[in-house]
Design a protein around this ligand. Structure first.
Ligand SMILES: [Zn+2]
Length: 149
């Protein structure tokens, strides 16, 4: 039987169903996501868009970085998704959106160089200083947001 996961925002206005296995799950320590989500880090669960079905509500969206669209609930503010023209056919959902977040196991750390110093991990997962996925280089890199070491 195919795996089915469900998710909802804090107020319940948005609900969605995801079918099949996610292709990628990773920690993300970057500063844009930190601010957008309001958390020291997040975990993104990556699906193909055709695996995801919105069951209820309408997502609002915001884009600050070229090619990147973040979606959220306009009523309660819950961050829901991340899509990126540079990551074709990939849709990422925040771990907090899922009804059963304990079912996902991150496979890597992205933007490890932006990890906050008081956040500690004892895992042996790959620690990558930038995107953990191959992003289309023709979109460029949003330099303005990259911290210097
Ligand atoms: Zn909501």
């Amino acid at each position: 039987m195919q795996r089915v996961e469900t998710g909802a925002c804090f107020c319940g206005a948005i609900a969605a169903q995801m079918s099949g296995e996610p292709f990628w799950v990773c920690y993300d320590h970057d500063d844009d996501c930190r601010r957008a989500i309001g958390s020291p880090l997040t975990i993104w669960v990556g699906y193909r868009p055709n695996q995801c079905r919105l069951l209820k509500g309408t997502l609002s969206s915001y884009s600050k970085t070229q090619g990147v669209v973040r979606t959220f609930c306009a009523t309660c503010g819950t961050s829901v998704g991340y899509s990126d023209e540079g990551l074709a056919d990939e849709l990422y959902l925040t771990i907090g959106f899922f009804d059963h977040p304990e079912r996902f196991a991150p496979a890597a750390h992205a933007y490890w160089d932006m990890k906050l110093p008081f956040v500690q991990f004892a895992d042996d997962l790959p620690k990558i200083d930038r995107y953990s996925r191959q992003r289309d280089p023709s979109l460029g890199f949003p330099d303005g947001r990259v911290k210097t070491r």
